[in-house]
Design a binder for this molecule. Structure first.
Ligand code: ZN
Length: 210
């Protein structure tokens, strides 16, 4: 099965399309929009404490959503060819994850665990965390985020297998709506040998418990 086909590519295409629709909205216009929201919730945007708030929110949003201007494949293109014979799995656990759900724009806070089995190339460990960041800093569903990280690593590293697990709390569930403040959601996505060989998958999962 090619990871360039099927459902994953469709999802990536959707994202590419939305990010290529370059927004013509200026910072000033975005600040005005936040001013409108401040009024709408019952505030007075001209009171002293709120004067700089729209500007600050725009700056914060640039950080929350900087992933739209980043490309994970470029970051992953700097691989090391010399793996000195290392051919076992590399597991990076507990990568802090901060994203926003695309349904409520509410924070998704949790951790990601990423593993791969190198083929001929290994990548700097920080690049695994970086890949998590690039896709997190966009509006997401946890399911798609999990798949995007896995499929991007699989393709960019030409790995024998990739596993990605995300365990996160969705503030749209904990702070509003159904209000289950302890609920977290776990998603997994396995590719290559992690999918085909259950002993490899189980070994990976056993590391997560430790
Ligand atoms: Zn939501």
């Amino acid at each position: 099965m090619s990871y360039k086909n099927g459902r994953y590519m469709k999802l990536v295409k959707d994202i590419d399309k939305s990010s290529s629709n370059k927004s013509e909205v200026t910072d000033k216009q975005a600040e005005e929009a936040f001013k409108t929201i401040l009024t709408w919730i019952g505030e007075d945007p001209s009171r002293e404490g709120l004067l700089e708030t729209p500007k600050r929110v725009v700056k914060a949003f640039k950080e929350y959503f900087k992933g739209y201007h980043q490309n994970a494949e470029t970051d992953l293109s700097k691989t090391f060819g010399d793996v000195e014979g290392y051919d076992d799995m590399v597991v990076e656990k507990n990568i802090t994850l901060e994203s926003h759900c695309e349904h409520h724009m509410a924070p998704i806070i949790g951790v990601a665990h990423v593993a791969y089995i190198p083929n001929k190339k290994v990548v700097g460990l920080s690049k695994l965390a970086r890949t998590v960041d690039v896709f997190s800093k966009r509006l997401q569903t946890q399911e798609r985020l999990t798949m995007q990280i896995a499929s991007t690593l699989m393709n960019a590293l030409d790995a024998k297998g990739v596993a990605v697990t995300i365990d996160a709390a969705h503030q749209c569930m904990t702070m509003r709506g159904i209000k289950k403040e302890k609920a977290t959601t776990v998603t997994n996505y396995f590719l290559g040998s992690f999918k085909e060989d259950l002993s490899i998958q189980n070994r990976y999962l056993s590391y997560l418990g430790k």
